[in-house]
Write a protein that binds this ligand. Sequence first.
Ligand code: PLP
Length: 404
Amino acid sequence: MTASSFKRASRIAAIELSEIVQIQEAAQKKRAEGHDVVALGTGEPDFGTPEHAKDAAIAAMRAEDTKYPKTAGNPPLREAIVEKFRRDNGLALDISNVIASTGAKQVIFNALMATLEPGDEVIMPAPYWTSYSDMVTVCGGVPIVIPCGQDSGFKLTAERLEAAITDKTKWLMLNTPSNPSGAVYDVDEMQALGEVLDRHPQVWLMSDEIYEHLVYASNGFQSAWSILPQLNDRTLIINGVSKSYAMTGWRLGFGVGPAELISAMVVIQGNSTSGASSISQAAAVGALNGPQDLLAERRASFKERRDLVVEGVNACEGLSCVSPPGAFYVFPSCKGVIGKTTPTGQALKDDADFCRYLLDSQALALVPGRAFGVPGYFRISYAYAKSDLEKAMVRLRAGCEALV
Ligand SMILES: Cc1ncc(COP(=O)(O)O)c(C=O)c1O
Protein backbone atom coordinates (compact mmCIF):
# COMPACT_ATOMS: atom_id res chain seq x y z
CA MET A 1 0.00 0.00 0.00
CA THR A 2 1.26 3.51 -0.72
CA ALA A 3 0.08 6.73 0.88
CA SER A 4 -0.26 9.49 -1.70
CA SER A 5 -0.84 12.13 0.98
CA PHE A 6 2.34 11.21 2.84
CA LYS A 7 4.90 13.97 3.23
CA ARG A 8 8.10 13.74 5.22
CA ALA A 9 8.73 16.34 7.88
CA SER A 10 11.08 19.03 6.64
CA ARG A 11 13.70 18.08 9.26
CA ILE A 12 14.36 14.87 7.31
CA ALA A 13 13.48 16.07 3.82
CA ALA A 14 17.09 15.98 2.65
CA ILE A 15 18.18 12.90 4.59
CA GLU A 16 18.25 9.27 3.51
CA LEU A 17 19.50 6.08 5.12
CA SER A 18 23.26 6.29 5.28
CA GLU A 19 25.31 5.30 2.24
CA ILE A 20 26.88 2.57 4.38
CA VAL A 21 23.48 0.92 4.83
CA GLN A 22 22.71 1.36 1.13
CA ILE A 23 25.97 -0.32 0.14
CA GLN A 24 25.44 -3.15 2.57
CA GLU A 25 21.97 -3.68 1.09
CA ALA A 26 23.33 -3.64 -2.49
CA ALA A 27 25.93 -6.23 -1.44
CA GLN A 28 23.23 -8.42 0.12
CA LYS A 29 21.16 -8.20 -3.06
CA LYS A 30 24.14 -9.26 -5.16
CA ARG A 31 24.83 -12.13 -2.77
CA ALA A 32 21.19 -13.24 -3.05
CA GLU A 33 21.69 -13.33 -6.82
CA GLY A 34 24.39 -15.97 -6.27
CA HIS A 35 27.60 -13.87 -6.29
CA ASP A 36 30.42 -14.54 -3.86
CA VAL A 37 30.43 -11.02 -2.40
CA VAL A 38 33.07 -9.73 0.01
CA ALA A 39 31.46 -6.86 1.89
CA LEU A 40 33.72 -4.76 4.09
CA GLY A 41 31.20 -1.99 4.54
CA THR A 42 30.30 -2.03 8.20
CA GLY A 43 32.23 -1.42 11.38
CA GLU A 44 31.21 -4.55 13.19
CA PRO A 45 33.85 -6.72 14.89
CA ASP A 46 33.63 -10.38 13.90
CA PHE A 47 34.29 -11.55 17.49
CA GLY A 48 31.47 -12.92 19.65
CA THR A 49 29.95 -11.29 22.72
CA PRO A 50 32.17 -12.16 25.72
CA GLU A 51 30.84 -15.23 27.54
CA HIS A 52 30.64 -13.39 30.87
CA ALA A 53 28.45 -10.71 29.24
CA LYS A 54 26.11 -13.39 27.90
CA ASP A 55 26.00 -15.09 31.31
CA ALA A 56 25.10 -11.79 32.97
CA ALA A 57 22.25 -11.26 30.47
CA ILE A 58 20.90 -14.78 31.03
CA ALA A 59 21.07 -14.33 34.80
CA ALA A 60 19.17 -11.04 34.47
CA MET A 61 16.41 -12.73 32.50
CA ARG A 62 16.16 -15.56 35.05
CA ALA A 63 15.98 -12.98 37.86
CA GLU A 64 13.08 -11.23 36.05
CA ASP A 65 15.11 -8.10 35.52
CA THR A 66 12.67 -7.46 32.71
CA LYS A 67 10.78 -4.38 33.82
CA TYR A 68 11.20 -0.77 32.73
CA PRO A 69 14.73 0.36 33.47
CA LYS A 70 15.69 3.59 35.20
CA THR A 71 15.59 6.20 32.44
CA ALA A 72 19.23 7.27 32.83
CA GLY A 73 20.38 3.65 33.19
CA ASN A 74 20.13 1.22 36.09
CA PRO A 75 22.47 1.98 39.01
CA PRO A 76 24.59 -1.21 38.63
CA LEU A 77 25.43 -0.22 35.06
CA ARG A 78 26.06 3.42 35.83
CA GLU A 79 28.32 2.34 38.70
CA ALA A 80 30.16 -0.05 36.35
CA ILE A 81 30.64 2.86 33.93
CA VAL A 82 32.01 5.07 36.73
CA GLU A 83 34.39 2.23 37.59
CA LYS A 84 35.40 1.80 33.92
CA PHE A 85 36.38 5.47 33.73
CA ARG A 86 38.36 5.15 36.97
CA ARG A 87 40.16 2.01 35.75
CA ASP A 88 40.79 2.95 32.10
CA ASN A 89 40.95 6.72 32.21
CA GLY A 90 41.91 7.63 35.78
CA LEU A 91 38.78 9.74 36.26
CA ALA A 92 36.65 10.27 39.34
CA LEU A 93 33.02 10.55 38.25
CA ASP A 94 29.69 10.40 40.01
CA ILE A 95 26.75 8.44 38.62
CA SER A 96 24.96 11.77 38.07
CA ASN A 97 27.55 12.29 35.30
CA VAL A 98 26.51 9.10 33.49
CA ILE A 99 23.75 8.14 31.06
CA ALA A 100 23.32 4.73 29.43
CA SER A 101 21.39 4.62 26.17
CA THR A 102 20.36 2.41 23.28
CA GLY A 103 23.78 2.52 21.60
CA ALA A 104 26.31 5.34 21.52
CA LYS A 105 24.26 6.65 18.64
CA GLN A 106 21.38 7.45 20.95
CA VAL A 107 23.72 9.16 23.40
CA ILE A 108 24.81 11.53 20.63
CA PHE A 109 21.26 12.05 19.46
CA ASN A 110 20.06 12.81 23.01
CA ALA A 111 22.82 15.37 23.45
CA LEU A 112 22.12 17.18 20.19
CA MET A 113 18.37 17.08 20.70
CA ALA A 114 18.75 18.41 24.24
CA THR A 115 21.01 21.32 23.34
CA LEU A 116 20.62 22.59 19.77
CA GLU A 117 18.47 25.60 18.95
CA PRO A 118 17.50 26.00 15.29
CA GLY A 119 20.51 27.28 13.36
CA ASP A 120 23.09 26.40 16.01
CA GLU A 121 26.34 25.31 14.40
CA VAL A 122 28.20 22.09 15.07
CA ILE A 123 31.79 21.87 13.88
CA MET A 124 32.99 18.50 12.66
CA PRO A 125 36.28 17.70 10.96
CA ALA A 126 35.80 15.54 7.86
CA PRO A 127 36.11 12.67 7.37
CA TYR A 128 33.49 12.23 10.08
CA TRP A 129 31.30 9.28 10.99
CA THR A 130 28.37 9.53 8.54
CA SER A 131 25.67 9.90 11.17
CA TYR A 132 27.11 13.04 12.72
CA SER A 133 26.00 15.49 10.07
CA ASP A 134 22.59 13.91 9.55
CA MET A 135 21.91 13.82 13.28
CA VAL A 136 22.82 17.51 13.60
CA THR A 137 20.44 18.36 10.74
CA VAL A 138 17.60 16.28 12.21
CA CYS A 139 18.05 18.12 15.50
CA GLY A 140 17.76 21.52 13.80
CA GLY A 141 21.45 22.37 13.80
CA VAL A 142 23.83 23.22 10.98
CA PRO A 143 26.83 20.94 10.40
CA ILE A 144 29.98 22.96 9.78
CA VAL A 145 32.26 20.53 8.00
CA ILE A 146 36.01 21.16 7.88
CA PRO A 147 37.68 18.88 5.33
CA CYS A 148 40.91 17.41 6.72
CA GLY A 149 42.61 15.23 4.12
CA GLN A 150 45.54 12.84 4.23
CA ASP A 151 48.06 15.74 4.20
CA SER A 152 46.82 16.86 7.66
CA GLY A 153 46.69 13.29 8.97
CA PHE A 154 42.87 13.59 8.68
CA LYS A 155 42.95 15.83 11.76
CA LEU A 156 41.69 19.28 12.66
CA THR A 157 44.25 21.91 13.63
CA ALA A 158 43.84 24.71 16.15
CA GLU A 159 44.01 27.37 13.41
CA ARG A 160 41.24 25.80 11.38
CA LEU A 161 39.08 25.33 14.45
CA GLU A 162 39.56 28.97 15.45
CA ALA A 163 38.58 30.10 11.96
CA ALA A 164 35.39 28.01 11.97
CA ILE A 165 33.98 29.19 15.31
CA THR A 166 31.19 31.78 15.20
CA ASP A 167 28.67 33.15 17.72
CA LYS A 168 26.38 30.29 16.71
CA THR A 169 28.84 27.46 17.38
CA LYS A 170 27.44 25.10 19.99
CA TRP A 171 29.56 21.97 19.72
CA LEU A 172 32.84 20.68 18.38
CA MET A 173 32.39 16.98 17.58
CA LEU A 174 35.64 15.04 17.66
CA ASN A 175 36.08 11.33 17.17
CA THR A 176 39.34 9.82 18.29
CA PRO A 177 40.34 7.18 17.24
CA SER A 178 38.39 8.08 14.14
CA ASN A 179 35.88 6.30 12.02
CA PRO A 180 36.67 6.29 9.08
CA SER A 181 40.30 7.47 9.03
CA GLY A 182 41.72 5.63 12.05
CA ALA A 183 43.45 8.89 13.04
CA VAL A 184 44.17 9.46 16.73
CA TYR A 185 44.72 12.93 18.23
CA ASP A 186 47.78 13.01 20.42
CA VAL A 187 47.90 14.92 23.70
CA ASP A 188 49.57 18.00 22.17
CA GLU A 189 47.02 18.20 19.40
CA MET A 190 44.14 17.91 21.87
CA GLN A 191 45.69 20.59 24.06
CA ALA A 192 46.03 22.93 21.09
CA LEU A 193 42.33 22.46 20.30
CA GLY A 194 41.54 22.90 23.99
CA GLU A 195 43.34 26.25 24.01
CA VAL A 196 41.06 27.45 21.23
CA LEU A 197 38.00 26.28 23.15
CA ASP A 198 39.29 28.08 26.25
CA ARG A 199 38.78 31.31 24.31
CA HIS A 200 35.19 30.38 23.32
CA PRO A 201 33.27 29.43 26.45
CA GLN A 202 29.99 28.92 24.56
CA VAL A 203 31.42 25.96 22.61
CA TRP A 204 31.02 22.47 24.07
CA LEU A 205 33.21 19.50 23.21
CA MET A 206 31.74 16.13 22.26
CA SER A 207 34.53 13.58 22.27
CA ASP A 208 33.46 10.28 20.74
CA GLU A 209 35.87 7.73 22.19
CA ILE A 210 34.06 4.55 21.20
CA TYR A 211 37.28 3.12 19.67
CA GLU A 212 39.43 3.93 22.72
CA HIS A 213 40.64 0.35 23.12
CA LEU A 214 41.83 0.22 19.53
CA VAL A 215 44.98 2.34 19.63
CA TYR A 216 47.98 0.43 18.32
CA ALA A 217 50.81 2.64 19.57
CA SER A 218 52.30 1.63 22.91
CA ASN A 219 51.43 4.99 24.50
CA GLY A 220 47.74 4.01 24.32
CA PHE A 221 44.79 6.31 24.66
CA GLN A 222 43.89 9.26 26.87
CA SER A 223 40.37 10.58 27.20
CA ALA A 224 39.62 14.23 26.41
CA TRP A 225 38.21 14.43 29.92
CA SER A 226 41.68 13.83 31.38
CA ILE A 227 43.70 15.79 28.78
CA LEU A 228 41.47 18.88 29.05
CA PRO A 229 40.29 19.09 32.68
CA GLN A 230 39.56 22.80 32.31
CA LEU A 231 36.80 21.85 29.83
CA ASN A 232 35.16 19.16 31.95
CA ASP A 233 32.18 21.39 32.69
CA ARG A 234 31.42 21.51 28.95
CA THR A 235 32.62 18.14 27.65
CA LEU A 236 30.57 15.07 26.81
CA ILE A 237 32.40 11.77 26.33
CA ILE A 238 30.72 9.20 24.11
CA ASN A 239 31.51 5.50 24.52
CA GLY A 240 29.84 2.10 24.66
CA VAL A 241 30.26 -1.64 24.40
CA SER A 242 29.58 -2.03 20.66
CA LYS A 243 33.15 -1.92 19.38
CA SER A 244 35.36 -2.78 22.37
CA TYR A 245 33.33 -5.84 23.36
CA ALA A 246 31.88 -6.70 19.93
CA MET A 247 28.35 -6.12 21.25
CA THR A 248 26.82 -4.08 18.42
CA GLY A 249 23.43 -5.82 18.53
CA TRP A 250 22.89 -5.29 22.25
CA ARG A 251 22.58 -1.56 21.52
CA LEU A 252 24.23 -0.22 24.60
CA GLY A 253 26.20 3.01 24.71
CA PHE A 254 27.01 5.52 27.40
CA GLY A 255 27.91 9.15 27.86
CA VAL A 256 29.60 11.07 30.65
CA GLY A 257 29.36 14.79 31.13
CA PRO A 258 28.22 17.56 33.48
CA ALA A 259 25.15 16.53 35.50
CA GLU A 260 23.00 19.33 34.02
CA LEU A 261 23.64 18.12 30.48
CA ILE A 262 23.05 14.49 31.45
CA SER A 263 19.71 15.45 33.08
CA ALA A 264 18.61 17.22 29.90
CA MET A 265 19.58 14.15 27.85
CA VAL A 266 17.58 11.97 30.24
CA VAL A 267 14.50 14.10 29.45
CA ILE A 268 14.92 13.28 25.74
CA GLN A 269 15.54 9.63 26.48
CA GLY A 270 12.53 9.45 28.80
CA ASN A 271 10.34 10.73 26.00
CA SER A 272 11.74 8.42 23.34
CA THR A 273 12.94 4.99 24.49
CA SER A 274 12.43 5.18 28.29
CA GLY A 275 15.97 3.84 28.60
CA ALA A 276 18.14 1.02 27.30
CA SER A 277 16.97 -2.61 27.47
CA SER A 278 17.41 -3.99 30.98
CA ILE A 279 18.93 -7.21 29.59
CA SER A 280 21.46 -5.31 27.49
CA GLN A 281 22.33 -3.22 30.54
CA ALA A 282 23.03 -6.41 32.51
CA ALA A 283 25.19 -7.74 29.66
CA ALA A 284 27.14 -4.47 29.62
CA VAL A 285 27.72 -4.72 33.39
CA GLY A 286 29.11 -8.22 32.72
CA ALA A 287 31.39 -6.92 29.97
CA LEU A 288 32.65 -3.90 31.92
CA ASN A 289 33.17 -5.67 35.24
CA GLY A 290 34.45 -8.96 33.82
CA PRO A 291 37.98 -9.95 32.71
CA GLN A 292 39.47 -7.37 30.35
CA ASP A 293 42.25 -9.47 28.74
CA LEU A 294 40.17 -9.87 25.60
CA LEU A 295 40.68 -6.19 24.78
CA ALA A 296 44.44 -6.60 24.27
CA GLU A 297 44.00 -9.93 22.46
CA ARG A 298 41.52 -8.44 20.04
CA ARG A 299 43.64 -5.34 19.56
CA ALA A 300 46.59 -7.55 18.53
CA SER A 301 44.37 -9.40 16.06
CA PHE A 302 43.09 -6.14 14.55
CA LYS A 303 46.63 -4.82 14.23
CA GLU A 304 47.62 -7.83 12.11
CA ARG A 305 44.59 -7.28 9.91
CA ARG A 306 45.36 -3.59 9.57
CA ASP A 307 48.87 -4.37 8.37
CA LEU A 308 47.54 -6.87 5.85
CA VAL A 309 45.10 -4.32 4.42
CA VAL A 310 47.55 -1.41 4.34
CA GLU A 311 50.07 -3.54 2.46
CA GLY A 312 47.37 -4.78 0.09
CA VAL A 313 46.10 -1.27 -0.69
CA ASN A 314 49.54 0.17 -1.27
CA ALA A 315 50.25 -2.63 -3.77
CA CYS A 316 47.38 -1.35 -5.94
CA GLU A 317 48.13 0.99 -8.83
CA GLY A 318 46.46 4.35 -8.18
CA LEU A 319 45.67 3.80 -4.47
CA SER A 320 47.60 4.89 -1.42
CA CYS A 321 47.08 4.91 2.31
CA VAL A 322 48.90 5.60 5.53
CA SER A 323 48.90 3.03 8.32
CA PRO A 324 46.18 4.31 10.67
CA PRO A 325 47.09 4.35 14.37
CA GLY A 326 43.63 3.42 15.63
CA ALA A 327 40.10 2.00 15.14
CA PHE A 328 39.55 -0.76 12.54
CA TYR A 329 39.34 1.22 9.33
CA VAL A 330 41.71 2.16 6.55
CA PHE A 331 40.86 5.24 4.52
CA PRO A 332 42.89 5.17 1.29
CA SER A 333 43.03 7.81 -1.38
CA CYS A 334 41.65 6.69 -4.73
CA LYS A 335 42.52 9.94 -6.50
CA GLY A 336 44.98 8.00 -8.69
CA VAL A 337 42.23 5.90 -10.29
CA ILE A 338 39.73 8.71 -10.83
CA GLY A 339 39.63 9.55 -14.54
CA LYS A 340 40.60 6.00 -15.53
CA THR A 341 38.32 3.83 -17.67
CA THR A 342 36.80 0.47 -16.75
CA PRO A 343 36.91 -2.59 -19.11
CA THR A 344 33.30 -1.80 -20.05
CA GLY A 345 34.30 1.69 -21.14
CA GLN A 346 33.01 3.71 -18.20
CA ALA A 347 35.15 6.63 -16.99
CA LEU A 348 35.43 6.74 -13.19
CA LYS A 349 34.56 10.28 -12.22
CA ASP A 350 34.67 9.98 -8.45
CA ASP A 351 35.06 7.72 -5.39
CA ALA A 352 31.43 6.61 -5.62
CA ASP A 353 31.97 5.42 -9.22
CA PHE A 354 35.07 3.55 -8.08
CA CYS A 355 33.20 1.76 -5.29
CA ARG A 356 30.30 0.93 -7.60
CA TYR A 357 32.75 -0.44 -10.15
CA LEU A 358 34.38 -2.66 -7.48
CA LEU A 359 31.00 -4.03 -6.43
CA ASP A 360 29.87 -4.68 -10.03
CA SER A 361 33.10 -6.13 -11.38
CA GLN A 362 34.79 -7.69 -8.34
CA ALA A 363 31.86 -8.31 -5.97
CA LEU A 364 33.72 -6.20 -3.40
CA ALA A 365 31.67 -3.77 -1.27
CA LEU A 366 33.48 -0.72 0.15
CA VAL A 367 32.21 2.72 1.16
CA PRO A 368 33.08 5.89 -0.82
CA GLY A 369 34.72 8.75 1.04
CA ARG A 370 31.90 11.14 0.17
CA ALA A 371 29.76 9.30 2.76
CA PHE A 372 32.18 10.69 5.34
CA GLY A 373 32.35 14.18 3.85
CA VAL A 374 35.65 13.66 1.98
CA PRO A 375 35.42 12.63 -1.69
CA GLY A 376 38.51 11.10 -3.30
CA TYR A 377 38.90 8.40 -0.65
CA PHE A 378 37.14 5.20 0.36
CA ARG A 379 36.80 3.24 3.57
CA ILE A 380 37.77 -0.35 4.20
CA SER A 381 36.59 -1.84 7.49
CA TYR A 382 39.01 -4.56 8.55
CA ALA A 383 36.80 -5.88 11.36
CA TYR A 384 36.36 -9.01 9.25
CA ALA A 385 37.97 -12.45 9.05
CA LYS A 386 41.51 -12.50 7.68
CA SER A 387 40.41 -14.82 4.85
CA ASP A 388 37.85 -12.20 3.71
CA LEU A 389 40.45 -9.46 3.89
CA GLU A 390 42.90 -11.51 1.82
CA LYS A 391 40.23 -12.17 -0.78
CA ALA A 392 39.31 -8.48 -0.76
CA MET A 393 42.90 -7.39 -1.39
CA VAL A 394 43.19 -9.75 -4.40
CA ARG A 395 39.98 -8.33 -5.82
CA LEU A 396 40.97 -4.73 -5.13
CA ARG A 397 44.23 -5.23 -6.98
CA ALA A 398 42.52 -6.99 -9.89
CA GLY A 399 39.99 -4.16 -10.10
CA CYS A 400 42.74 -1.52 -10.20
CA GLU A 401 44.83 -3.48 -12.73
CA ALA A 402 41.88 -3.74 -15.10
CA LEU A 403 41.57 0.06 -15.35
CA VAL A 404 43.22 1.97 -18.18
C1 PLP B 1 32.41 6.93 15.68
C2 PLP B 1 31.21 6.17 16.06
N1 PLP B 1 30.45 6.64 17.06
C3 PLP B 1 29.34 5.98 17.44
C4 PLP B 1 28.95 4.82 16.82
C5 PLP B 1 27.67 4.15 17.25
O1 PLP B 1 27.87 3.14 18.14
P1 PLP B 1 26.64 2.26 18.65
O2 PLP B 1 26.62 1.02 17.81
O3 PLP B 1 26.96 1.96 20.08
O4 PLP B 1 25.40 3.05 18.51
C6 PLP B 1 29.71 4.31 15.76
C7 PLP B 1 29.28 3.10 15.04
O5 PLP B 1 29.72 2.77 13.96
C8 PLP B 1 30.88 4.99 15.40
O6 PLP B 1 31.67 4.54 14.41
